[in-house]
Design a protein around this ligand. Structure first.
Ligand code: LCS
Length: 392
């Protein structure tokens, strides 16, 4: 069935599903590394692109394809490329779109390794990068250079929760001849669809909301137009950071309940953020759904909902934050995010420890910042858990 004009929840369940001749209700797991050709001519024709059909799983596989087609339809793109991890998607985007001497302008508060990859590794190949607070559009304008090839935006950003105006970012990037790449992991396609706002490539760590069950690591890229999709796919194949069929099956299964999970988690996040903001032990709370968030109105305009991620700092700073993380009983003290279970972590010593302190502070990642990923547990239980941890 075609799901082109269907509602988002219908797309989640049916988009990309392959027609199985045996009538399997879900796309089967094609757990195979290779595909037999009927004869030598067919093999040659598939390699030459003259005949449709699968060849070898690193190049493509029906189970992986079903997930790629589903996410591409959700994001409003022309196709997707699934990868072994979110970082596989980030590095595929960088390798595909950057050349020797290229310059990147990036959100300062991106996921730590997305930044370190440019600073430590791409710098060896002559690529330079400027990291700025992209929530202030004039910072992007100032950082762009004639050799800027990519504007890389994470919004909401991990973990500062700063929101960047995607329509404005796309038009500035395009006016300078650069491409806009958006890491949409924190919002998911349910809450934000960057390609519809002018982005050229959108990527995800599907490890997070898209899979949603903290049992798979994976990534995906979606392009707005075919030539870019071809470049991304060619690099993914060449570097070998393909997804595995079983991994794709699990992610696709998790994806079907994305909207149900996020509706629940973001309602709870709203209640928890509102509760935290009133607590005397809490210095500040960053949740894009609170009117106190600096880009709350922008988030309201470009997102369908405010998501399930909260950052906050306690009055007692780092030491108080450490005590809180050690005392929670229901939330799990662990990195990652976007799953059905609530997680708490400390970016300055964990996910963003690789960024020097001064740079972290500039990116809004203070030493006392605690990140809280809200799951789908009963919200009263989560608030009780935080209360006993704050007051215990
Ligand atoms: N992009 C964002 C926004 C992320 O948060 C992460 C992982 C990645 C890309 C990389 O994805 P991965 O390769 O891990 O699938 N973020 C993590 C975090 O905040 N805690 O642990 C992992």
């Amino acid at each position: 069935m075609t799901t082109k004009d269907a509602g988002f929840n219908t797309k989640l369940v049916h988009a990309g599903a392959m027609h199985d001749p045996l009538g399997s209700a879900v796309t089967p797991i094609y757990q195979t590394s290779t595909f037999a050709f009927h004869d030598a001519q067919e093999g040659a024709d598939r390699f030459a692109g003259k005949a449709e059909g699968y060849i070898y799983t690193r190049l493509g596989n029906p189970t992986i394809r079903a997930l790629e087609d589903c996410v591409a339809e959700l994001e409003g793109g022309c196709g997707g490329v699934a990868t072994s991890s979110g970082m596989g998607a980030v590095s595929t985007a960088y390798i595909s779109l950057l050349g020797h001497g290229a310059h990147v302008v990036s959100t300062a508060a991106v996921y730590g390794p997305s930044r370190r990859l440019l600073e430590e590794h791409f710098s060896r190949f002559g690529v330079t990068a400027s990291f700025v607070d992209t929530s202030e559009i004039q910072n992007i304008e100032k950082a762009l250079r004639p050799e800027t090839q990519v504007l890389y935006v994470e919004t909401p950003a991990n973990p500062s929760m700063q929101v960047t105006d995607l329509e404005a970012a796309a038009s500035i990037a395009h006016a300078h001849g650069a491409l806009l790449v958006v890491d949409n992991t924190f919002a998911s396609p349910y809450l934000q669809q960057p390609l519809r706002l002018g982005a050229d490539v959108v990527l995800h760590s599907v490890t997070k909301f898209i899979n949603g069950h903290a049992d798979v690591v994976g990534g995906i890229l979606v392009a707005r137009e075919k030539p870019l999709l071809g470049r991304l796919r060619a690099v993914m194949i060449a570097t070998g950071c393909n997804m595995d069929p079983h991994q794709a099956f699990l992610v696709h299964r998790g994806l079907k309940t994305l909207a149900l999970r996020l509706d629940r988690a973001q309602a709870s996040a709203h209640s928890i953020a509102t509760w935290l903001e009133k607590r005397p032990e809490v210095a500040w709370v960053r949740y894009v759904g609170l009117p106190s968030h600096p880009q709350h109105e922008l988030a309201r305009k470009q997102m369908r909902g405010f998501g399930a991620m909260i950052s906050f700092e306690l009055v007692g700073g780092l030491e108080a934050g450490r005590r809180l993380m050690n005392r929670v009983r229901l939330a799990t003290l662990a990195v990652s995010l976007g799953g059905v279970e609530t997680l708490i972590e400390h970016p300055a010593s964990m996910t963003h420890a690789g960024i020097p302190r001064e740079e972290r502070e500039k990116a809004g990642i203070t030493d006392g910042l605690v990140r809280y990923s809200v799951g789908i547990e009963a919200v009263d239980d989560l608030i009780d858990d935080l209360e006993q941890a704050l007051t215990g």
